[in-house]
Design a protein around this ligand. Structure first.
Ligand SMILES: Cc1cc2nc3c(=O)[nH]c(=O)nc-3n(C[C@H](O)[C@H](O)[C@H](O)COP(=O)(O)OP(=O)(O)OC[C@H]3O[C@@H](n4cnc5c(N)ncnc54)[C@H](O)[C@@H]3O)c2cc1C
Length: 435
């Protein structure tokens, strides 16, 4: 092992060079920086072999390697295994003085990082972590008494007030690029090495143009039009900078778009303060609901065969593309929990498996919102009517016709539940649990 000292920068949910806080800090130390990414077996082994998210990460990393190679004669080292074992090997090959990385707030990541921190500390290696994927994290936005906000609107107001007060609108550049390790032959892996194959589902391009942001209010509720940014996947994996996107929202003066981005941070701080909500309802008594959990109904919901065209269109869009419009996510979620009386956790798990933009905090938060059991959730007795939702949001049936091509055929299923009866059944089940 050479005596040269290195700093590792560990990429995780921040797969970009621009405005990457941990990476800029690592490069600013004046030592050679070895960028790495670990395909973590603890996560990969649960995923289907053609998982499009693994493909997306993989392709993004190959592009990053190419970009670093072309611009700076550098690269990213790719590993596959258990992160702790990878670190045990790395310290045998390089004299490492510090590992820099960005915060991850999910329960598994917190536990993993603690393990790595303990291991490195024993070896006298620093483990330095930074806030990167949000503007405000953990307890940076809390009530005057120090307690977390569990209602969105006051959180959002405080968030904006703090953002303005601190003038947080500058975007750091990638400086000190000469400090990347000058080695273009760093370890690589193939998709095949990881046990995966090419996915048929591809990631959508995002659109953060002024037009999309300025017209957001008018367009965002209609699933048939391209009226939202499709940024979710990119914010999830950090292929765009959250600071840059917020800055654009502020510049275009679109409060609604800005508010949606703040929902993302709201749910992240909820997950951090209340990690038990991954499996338990935030409002405890909602866990007394006696769900029907009928497996056949669940299967029909998953396949988009409920006989309710807007619900079916949403589920078929999800199955075919890994994406579903937010309006329709709210409807299919409500339909599952309320019309079919199936536990929100089943829906949450199905979305986690299928959504390209799956993000634990947003998924759990929104599912609990839909079921009525979460923070700042809609009252449980407000039940979407799956038919009038069509009149409101897809009156020309454009979206439905795109995904439910058998709508007018005899094979298209009859509704699996009758709306009024299902509504009554739901209200009774909720009332019984909550009284
Ligand atoms: C049941 C259900 C499950 C969901 N699961 C996820 C998930 O796993 N991952 C995820 O990113 N979003 C989730 N959402 C929120 C929302 O549907 C998606 O963020 C949005 O549809 C993504 O499309 P977009 O990027 O075009 O959003 P835009 O409408 O363009 O919004 C811009 C960004 O704001 C954020 N955002 C918007 N709405 C929400 C919201 N309700 N909660 C949190 N952040 C929001 C996202 O980061 C989004 O990319 C879920 C919503 C529901 C109702």
């Amino acid at each position: 092992m050479s005596e040269k000292e290195y700093i590792i920068f560990w990429f995780r949910r921040d797969l970009r060079l621009l405005d990457n806080v941990g990476l800029s800090k690592a490069l600013a130390q004046g030592k050679s920086v070895l960028p790495i990414f670990i395909f973590d077996n603890n996560i990969l082994h649960k995923l289907p072999k053609d998982d499009p998210r693994v493909n997306f990460i993989y392709n993004t990393l190959q592009n990053l390697r190419q970009e670093l190679n072309n611009k700076y004669k550098a690269s990213v080292a790719l590993f596959h295994g258990n992160p702790l074992d990878i670190y045990k090997d790395l310290i045998k090959s390089y004299k490492i003085t510090a590992v820099y990385t960005n915060h991850d707030y999910e329960p598994y990541a917190i536990k993993r990082d603690k393990e790595i921190y303990d291991f490195l500390r024993e070896k006298n290696i620093l483990f330095k972590t930074f806030k990167d994927q949000v503007i405000f994290e953990r307890n940076e936005i809390v009530k005057a008494d120090g307690n977390p906000y569990v209602v969105y609107t006051p959180y959002m107001r405080k968030w904006k007030e703090t953002y303005r007060r601190l003038s947080l609108n500058s975007i750091p550049k990638v400086d000190n690029i000469g400090n990347f390790i000058s080695d273009i032959d760093l370890p690589n892996v193939s998709l095949h090495d990881l046990g995966f194959i090419n996915a048929t589902i591809k990631a959508p391009e995002y659109d953060d143009s002024p037009k999309i942001i300025q017209e957001y209010e008018v367009t965002r509720n209609y699933p048939a039009i391209k009226g939202t940014s499709l940024l979710s996947l990119h914010l999830r994996f950090g292929t765009v900078s959250p600071r840059l996107i917020i800055k654009k929202a502020v510049k275009e003066e679109n409060e609604t778009f800005w508010n949606e981005l703040i929902w993302r941070e709201f749910f992240m701080q909820i997950l951090w303060h209340f990690p038990h909500t991954v499996t338990k309802s935030f409002k405890e008594k909602y866990d007394r609901i006696v769900w029907r959990n009928n497996e056949e109904d669940f299967k029909k919901w998953c396949e988009g065969k409920t006989g309710y065209p807007l619900v079916d269109a949403g589920m078929r869009q999800l199955n075919k593309t890994g994406f579903m419009h937010n309006r329709v996510r709210m409807l299919v979620g409500s339909f599952l929990c309320k019309h079919l009386l199936i536990d929100w956790r089943w829906g949450e798990a199905y979305f986690a498996e299928k959504l390209l933009d799956y993000e634990m905090a947003s998924n759990v938060g929104n599912w609990q919102w839909v079921a009525g059991c979460g923070v700042d959730a809609a009252p449980y007795f407000r039940i979407f009517n799956p038919t009038t939702q069509i009149t409101k949001f897809d009156k020309d049936l454009k979206y439905i016709n795109q995904w439910v091509t058998d709508l007018n055929e005899l094979t298209y299923p009859l509704p699996i539940v009758e709306h009024k009866a299902a509504r009554e059944r739901c209200l009774n089940a909720y009332k019984e649990a909550l009284n």
